[in-house]
Design a protein around this ligand. Structure first.
Ligand SMILES: [Zn+2]
Length: 184
């Protein structure tokens, strides 16, 4: 028996809604700044982590099973070029993840070699705080996640009150305050 007309209409509407939603999402993502993108991805990772934390082992198995099936289906139709790009991306992600987890320096403290200039190692040298958050003016290192300070302008703290004396004068760098400090 062919599906009822109302069922077909319902499916068509659902598809149109999904297409509309995708188009809206695409447009909003195209308009977002790198900071907003980082914040969105950070939020997404947080939501994902908490949902995975709450899942049962059975749910986990089901999720991983369907993920593997989707991966297998998408790999079955990829071109040699796409396969190469995917392998390169994977290698890059693995290298980044190893760097994040410091495995490249594993046990290095026990093999300390004074002639090595550890500070200048490209994966240890984090540079200067030259980046400024456009929302809260926080100084940041170039490799720092943009949403780390104020979550892309979502968190606004009240301005700090001026410190009490004599701390205020000490912080202002007034040398006359130093004369008042006893020797002992
Ligand atoms: Zn900020």
């Amino acid at each position: 028996m062919p599906p009822k007309r109302s069922t077909l209409l319902g499916r068509k509407q659902a598809r149109t809604q999904i297409d509309d939603q995708r188009a809206r999402q695409g447009a909003s993502r195209a308009a977002e700044s790198p900071e907003q993108r980082q914040t969105r991805l950070g939020d997404q990772r947080g939501r994902q982590a908490s949902s995975r934390h709450a899942e049962s082992s059975e749910q986990r198995q089901t999720r991983l099973g369907s993920l593997r099936a989707r991966q297998a289906a998408s790999r079955a139709v990829e071109t040699p070029e796409q396969r190469r790009t995917r392998s390169e991306d994977q290698r890059r992600r693995q290298a980044a993840s190893r760097a994040v987890h410091w495995t490249f320096m594993e046990g290095e403290a026990f093999r300390y070699y004074p002639a090595n200039n550890y500070d200048s190692h490209p994966q240890l040298h984090i540079g200067q705080m030259t980046d400024v958050c456009s929302y809260c003016d926080a100084l940041k290192w170039p490799g720092e996640v943009p949403g780390m300070c104020c979550s892309g302008g979502k968190v606004r703290l009240p301005a700090l009150r001026p410190p009490p004396e004599p701390l205020k004068s000490l912080m202002s760098g007034d040398p006359s305050v130093l004369c008042d400090i006893p020797d002992r």
